[in-house]
Each structure stands twice: as structure tokens, then as C-alpha cells.
Ligand binder design. Structure first.
Ligand SMILES: [Zn+2]
Length: 216
């Protein structure tokens, strides 16, 4: 199985797609956010230091993130292929990752960029509604994702609530920032000949089918 770097536009459904890959193929899912949280929760000395840094509002340094990644990538379960989520975010981190993987006899096989046009992304993000009782998710802007009765959960009949932290303006800013900041990173993988851009404007199933055709 392949080692995958996932880069995704806001609201492109990265979480859903990585969950599907983990369930169907048994990939190790590596998120740097989780690594940091897990280390803090472990109660280790290092975790206690991390907690201080995070509580002070400072950014955790690249060195620390690299160290956590190294520890994670040395685990046996990643030998069957992994998905890196939320890392690298820039070219410097991509280079660090390559060096780190090389020292472990591994490499990135493919960078999958989950791409979306901004209008679709905007509807996805702002139309998100979910059930506070059973957790079911819906979207009021897409027919296939609407509840059968407006505002009511299909499963349990509870009243649905909006899940968006964004308004139109904050989302557009976030989206444009994403496009600008990831361009050099995507170019980095393109130059290596391992970039696959997948359009996520369709349903999650359609996106997953495309991802499967890339990783097979
Ligand atoms: Zn429900």
C-alpha cells in the first residue's frame, strides 16, 4: 500500500475520505494535531513541556513536530501504508519529511490534493447541519444531503443545528489563504511527479472512487 500525503481545500471532506481509506484498507492515519494531543495526554515529561508551550499560545516548533512524527513513523503499523493529514503544510516541512522518511527507508508515494471550486466549498461549509442527538450530518444546500423533512433528523426526529463556524466572508478568506499557501507545496510534489489532483465537487462516494483509482 502507498504512503499518502493528503492536502485538502477547506470543506473538501478530508476527514471523511481518510476515514473511508482507514476502514477499507487499514491505512495508518497520522495527524500531527492528534500526535500533539496524544503526547500531552500520555502524561510524559515531554508531553508536560508541550502542554506548557500550547497553553502559552505559542506555536509548537517544527523540531518538536518532526520528533513526534519520527516516533510515530517508527511504529510497525505504518509499514502497511499511511495517510499523513495536516502535514506538511509548506515546502520546508515537505523536505524535512522526505529526509525523515528516507532515514527510515520509506518515502511519500503520492500526494493527493483534494480540490474543490470555491462556490461548492462555500455551500458545503455553510450548509452543514447536524443532529445533536445521534450525530448524523446533513447539508441544506445539496439535494442528496438534505434531510427528508427540513430541519429534522431522518434517524431520530431531533431538530438539526447549524455546524458552521464560518460566515461567507471568513470562509472565502480561509479558502483563498489555503490556495495561496499550498500552491508551492503542490508544485513541490508535482515536480517530483507524484501529485494527483482529485476534484471533490461531486459526492463523497465519487471522490472516494477517484482516490481508489489513484492508490491502486
Ligand atoms: Zn438524529
Amino acid at each position: 500500500m502507498k504512503n499518502i500525503v493528503f492536502v485538502a481545500a477547506p470543506a473538501a471532506g478530508k476527514g471523511t475520505q481518510s476515514d473511508l481509506l482507514v476502514k477499507k484498507y487499514g491505512y495508518a492515519h497520522i495527524s500531527t494535531g492528534d500526535l500533539l494531543r496524544n503526547e500531552v495526554a500520555s502524561g510524559s515529561e515531554f508531553g508536560a513541556e508541550l502542554k506548557k508551550i500550547m497553553e502559552s499560545g505559542s506555536l509548537v516548533s517544527d523540531e518538536i513536530v518532526t520528533e513526534l512524527l519520527r516516533k510515530r513513523l517508527e511504529c510497525d503499523d505504518v509499514n502497511n501504508g499511511f495517510i499523513l493529514d495536516g502535514y506538511p503544510r509548506n515546502v520546508a516541512q515537505a523536505e524535512t519529511l522526505d529526509t525523515l522518511l528516507e532515514s527510515l527507508g520509506k518515502k511519500v508515494d503520492v500526494c493527493i490534493s483534494l480540490d474543490m471550486d470555491m462556490d461548492t466549498a462555500l455551500k458545503r461549509a455553510l450548509g452543514r447541519i447536524s443532529c445533536p442527538q445521534c450525530g448524523a450530518g446533513y447539508n441544506k444546500f445539496f439535494d442528496a444531503m438534505k434531510p427528508k423533512t427540513e430541519g429534522i433528523c431522518d434517524n431520530c426526529g431531533s431538530t438539526l443545528i447549524s455546524r458552521s463556524d464560518d460566515n461567507e466572508e471568513t470562509f472565502k478568506t480561509r479558502f483563498e489563504t489555503y490556495i495561496k499557501s499550498t500552491e508551492p507545496l503542490l508544485d513541490y510534489y508535482k515536480d517530483k511527479g507524484i501529485l494527483d489532483v482529485i476534484s471533490c465537487n461531486g459526492t463523497p462516494e465519487e471522490t472516494f472512487n477517484e482516490i481508489e483509482s489513484v492508490i491502486k
